[in-house]
Design a binder for this molecule. Structure first.
Ligand code: FES
Length: 103
C-alpha cells in the first residue's frame, strides 16, 4: 500500500479543528480529535457536495454547512439525513513530522 502525503504536522488542524487539503485531484478533510487525526472525503455526499471544512464539529460529529446532515468523522458513518451515504474514510499514518494516508 502506497502512502500519500497530505501535509506537514505543523500545518495540520489544531485540537478540535478540521482542515481541507487537496493532493492532486483528491480533496480530503483532516480532523484533530483529542490529538488523534482522522481523514475523510472533503465533500458531503448529499446534493452538490458541500465543503465539509465549512461545517461544524462537535466532539466527533460533523454537521454539513448546507443541509445539516451529520457524520461521525472517526468512521464516516452518516448519523442524520438528508445525506444517505457515509463519508469515505482514509487511514492516517503520522511519521517524519508529516501526515500520510494509505492510497
Ligand atoms: S450538501 Fe450536505 S447535507 Fe446537503
Amino acid at each position: 500500500m502506497d502512502l500519500l502525503k497530505i501535509c506537514d504536522l505543523e500545518i495540520a488542524p489544531s485540537l478540535g479543528n478540521l482542515k481541507q487539503f487537496k493532493v492532486g485531484i483528491l480533496e480530503v478533510l483532516v480532523v484533530n480529535i483529542e490529538g488523534e487525526f482522522f481523514c475523510t472525503s472533503a465533500r458531503c455526499p448529499h446534493a452538490g457536495g458541500a465543503p465539509l471544512a465549512e461545517g461544524t464539529l462537535k466532539g466527533t460529529v460533523l454537521t454539513c454547512p448546507w443541509h445539516e446532515a451529520q457524520f461521525r468523522v472517526t468512521d464516516g458513518q452518516v448519523l442524520r439525513g438528508p445525506a444517505s451515504e457515509n463519508l469515505l474514510v482514509y487511514k492516517i499514518i503520522v511519521k517524519d513530522n508529516s501526515i500520510f494516508i494509505e492510497a
